[in-house]
Write a protein that binds this ligand. Structure first.
Ligand SMILES: *[C@@H]1O[C@H](CO)[C@@H](O)[C@H](O)[C@H]1NC(C)=O
Ligand SMILES: *[C@@H]1O[C@H](CO)[C@@H](O)[C@H](O)[C@H]1NC(C)=O
Ligand SMILES: *[C@@H]1O[C@H](CO)[C@@H](O)[C@H](O)[C@H]1NC(C)=O
Length: 804
């Protein structure tokens, strides 16, 4: 509104100016004075200048007025007619950059109205300093900028005009730039920075300069501004490694992704120009399998396990490159250090298997080689075998060991060994490995066969079947196979003059001893056999053992009646005195049994008698006694059938007839002869007749002797019989039963018995020898009756012979 008003007033002013110009072509006044004068300062005496009466000024209401409603800067002192400054006058504020600044006022006088134009020309004073529009001038200059490059700077402004405006510039002294001040088309001044010395961002990244603008006033005023120069980077630096050679050591088998080393290169440039990337150089194919290089960080890491035993050093060429392709190289030497990762390897170079058991202590059995791929201590190996075996390892040449025996071996105790060889290196922790060698011990024939028993005794029943087994011997031999295979044989040995092989044989494989023949206890009671056990080794070893064969008795012999002759062959008659009293001994049956023991224990029984109540027989003595006194009524001829039984199972028996004649008279003997003749066999031969005659003769003599004796000892009628029967009493069963009795008589009777049973061939000799050395006991009774007994025997022999 104010402004609108102002411009309307301007129009009015224009009209009035036109109008006033005409009127005031005379009477205008102008004053020129500097701005910023104090209020009340006197500009000039307008009354005087216009030729007005000072005294009337007040009366004419003289006043200063402006065109329109403009601000009034001047005032009039009506007393003195002086024009004074009414308001502060700022030229720059009123007129800006205009070269002349004129304020138009009017002096109005009334009565009569008089109007005088007053032109107030305001002069500039240097009251403003040059000023830059901004506080800081920022300039970016590439470090690659050449010398002489020009950089325009902002212009400073100064509100004052003319001489008081910007007159020149100056730059703070520096080594890179100088200032070039130029005038612009409108007369202003501006400046330029001129590069005097090239920049290096890597040395100085920025610099700050002070630019001063100075005006031409007196005194001059100035204004400053800071110039901040940022040096822009250019890729003028290649990356530089912190070390040209990186030397590191890495234990082998380091885990994957272990950082081996970090290479680092720096590039003085900035941004992309300074961004370094790394790469492996040419010729690193092998290395690239094992290591990887981090493109940005420069860490070299383990990509796959590294084995010291394969390669100990790696050389890598590492390339560093900045964003614009400037490069440099460095070398990385990776020294691999050994780790004890290889267990020793045991190699059996030779083995003497099987090893003979008679190898002497110290015999070399095998050669062992030990290898450890690790280095130094980790590859140094100790080797040993387990305790408690008779082997040890003896170090030989480097890494070689001999396996030797430390003591004698015995296959029969330990036939094979598992020798465990343990190899341990000296690493920390130590690694070890082991290998087991199986070693067999070969046999040597060093053990003879050994019989299971020291002495064998066998009991065989007589009358065994030829070929039946007698006993079994067994020998064992600890050796192996044929060295331990036992073969049995009989050692040549004589049994009663005959080779032992005619008695027994042995199965060479089984050791079963067989009877070759049937044994007869009565011939041979025992014998010894020497059995040899021999192995099949070469040379063979042997041992022997004695087998005692005992033949046991069987009841295979019937009692043999010696007296009286067995039934059928007897024609002997005992005389029984008529006066014989009860209990008188009238005769005695004598029998023997070739068997022994129970088998030869004889018992006597009367099985048939003419007069059963008259005679008894002692069950074991065989003595026939009267049971009661003989009476006249008793028949003179008494016949007894006596049975003799042994005690065997089953028992065997023999019978005989005893003819008794109750008579005191020898004249009755012919009857006896008849009687015996009646009963004699019809088969009697000529020899028998002769024998009978002889016997008759003998009997006659005998009876005569008996009678004679009886005559002499009438009062002791039993004596005859006592004496006569005394002979067989030595053979009563209890004595006879003794197996080892020394009685030669018994032997003699055995002899007789054999004769009577008809065994007269080879056995004869044997029996003879069996009786050899026997001694006759000094038995008076025997001697006394020797002759008669012999005669009896002879009689029996002849009878038997004739029967055969
Ligand atoms: C040796 O080892 C084998 C097999 O490992 C085994 O059969 C045998 O009994 C062992 N021998 C000894 C004497 O330990
Ligand atoms: C038996 O022993 C001999 C040495 O006495 C030896 O040479 C042979 O090999 C052995 N036989 C067997 C089967 O072991
Ligand atoms: C039987 O063995 C003994 C030792 O046991 C020995 O002295 C003797 O010579 C051996 N006899 C034969 C015939 O081998």
């Amino acid at each position: 509104m104010g402004r609108k008003g102002f411009s309307a007033a301007g129009l009015t002013l224009g009209f009035s100016l036109f109008f006033m110009v005409a009127r005031t072509a005379f009477g205008d006044v102008s004053y020129s004075f500097p701005e910023e004068m104090k209020r009340g300062s006197v500009i000039g005496n307008i009354a005087k200048d216009l030729g007005l009466d000072v005294n009337r000024l007040s009366a004419r209401k003289a006043r200063i007025d402006t065109e329109g409603n403009r601000k009034r800067y001047g005032d009039i002192n009506v007393n003195t007619g002086e024009l004074t400054v009414a308001e502060r006058i700022d030229r720059e504020g009123l007129c800006g950059k205009k070269a002349s600044c004129i304020l138009k006022h009017e002096l109005v006088l009334e009565n009569p109205l008089e109007i005088h134009k007053i032109m107030l020309s305001i002069e500039d004073i240097n009251d403003n300093s040059p000023r830059f529009k901004i506080d800081l001038i920022e300039i970016e200059i590439a470090e690659s900028a050449y010398k002489g490059a020009v950089f325009l700077l902002d212009e400073a402004v100064d509100a004052d005009i003319g001489q008081n405006s910007v007159h020149s510039y100056s730059l703070q002294t520096n080594e890179h730039f100088v200032l070039n001040v130029r005038s612009s088309m409108d007369g202003g001044k501006y400046s330029e920075l001129v590069l005097e010395k090239e920049l290096d961002r890597e040395q100085q990244q920025e610099l700050t300069l002070v630019l001063t603008a100075v005006d031409g006033g007196t005194p001059p005023r100035s204004g400053t501004v800071a110039i901040h120069v940022t040096v822009l980077d250019a890729n003028d630096n290649a990356p530089v490694f912190s070390q040209s050679v990186y030397k590191v050591s890495l234990p082998e088998n380091s885990p994957l992704d272990t950082v081996v080393v970090t290479v680092s290169a720096t590039d003085a440039d900035e941004g992309q120009n300074g961004k370094v990337t790394y790469a492996l150089g040419q010729g690193s194919e092998r290395v690239e399998e094992l290591f990887s290089l981090h493109k940005d960080g420069g860490e070299i890491t383990v990509k796959s396990l590294v084995d010291f035993e394969e390669e100990t050093t790696f050389e890598l060429k590492v390339l560093a490159k900045d964003g614009s392709g400037l490069k440099s190289y460095c070398k990385v030497i990776i020294q691999i250090t050994d780790v004890n990762d290889n267990a020793p390897i045991i190699v059996l170079k030779s083995l003497n298997n099987p090893l003979s058991e008679n190898a002497l202590p110290g015999t070399e059995v095998g050669i062992i080689n030990v290898q450890d791929r690790d280095s130094e201590n980790m590859g140094r190996v100790q080797c040993s075998v387990q305790q408690n075996i008779p082997f040890e390892l003896v170090p030989s040449l480097k890494n070689y060991f001999s396996l030797v025996t430390t003591s004698e071996l015995d296959r029969e105790l330990v036939s094979d060994y598992n020798i465990t060889i343990t190899a341990t290196d000296e690493g920390s922790p130590a690694l070890s490995s082991s290998k087991t060698i199986h070693l067999s011990v070969a046999d040597v024939n060093d053990n003879p066969p050994v019989f299971e028993e020291q002495v064998y005794s066998a009991h065989v029943k007589e009358n065994n079947k030829p070929g039946s087994s007698v006993c079994t011997v067994a020998a064992t031999d600890l050796d192996w196979r044929q060295n331990g295979t036992v073969v049995y044989s009989l050692l040549p040995f004589d049994v009663s003059g005959a080779p032992v092989s005619s008695f027994v044989s042995i199965n060479g494989d089984t050791g079963v001893i067989h009877a070759v023949r049937s044994f007869d206890y009565e011939q041979l009671k025992s014998f010894k056999v020497l059995v040899l056990a021999r192995d099949n080794g070469s040379p063979p070893l042997s041992s022997n053992v004695t087998v005692s064969v005992f033949i046991s008795d069987e009841n295979d012999n019937s009692p043999q009646i010696l007296y009286p002759s067995p039934e059928g062959n007897s024609f002997m008659t005992e005389m029984v005195p008529k006066a014989a009293q009860s209990g008188s001994l009238v005769s005695k049956v004598i029998a023997v049994d070739a068997d022994s023991g129970q088998n030869a224990w004889l018992s006597y029984h009367i099985v048939k008698a003419t007069d059963p109540g008259l005679f008894t027989i002692g069950e074991h003595s065989g003595e026939i006694r009267t049971q009661r006194d003989i009476s006249e009524s008793d028949s003179t001829k008494q016949n007894l059938i006596v049975s003799v039984k042994d005690n065997g199972q089953p028992s065997l028996s023999a019978t005989c007839a005893v003819y008794l004649l109750i008579s005191d008279n020898l004249a009755e003997i012919p009857e006896l002869k008849d009687m015996s003749y009646d009963e004699s066999s019809s088969k009697l031969t000529f020899y028998l007749i002769i024998a009978l005659v002889s016997v008759s003769t003998f009997f006659l003599t005998f009876i005569i002797i008996i009678l004679a004796v009886r005559f002499c000892h009438r009062r002791k009628p039993r004596l005859l019989f006592d004496g006569a029967v005394a002979i067989p009493s030595a053979y009563l069963p209890p004595n006879y039963a003794e197996v080892e009795g020394t009685g030669t008589l018994r032997s003699t009777y055995n002899y007789d018995a054999y004769l009577t049973t008809g065994s007269r061939t080879s056995d004869f000799k044997f029996i003879t020898s069996y009786n050899e050395g026997g001694t006759l006991p000094a038995d008076l009774t025997v001697k006394k009756t020797r002759t008669s007994v012999d005669d009896l025997e002879r009689l029996v022999i002849s009878v038997n012979d004739s029967q055969v």
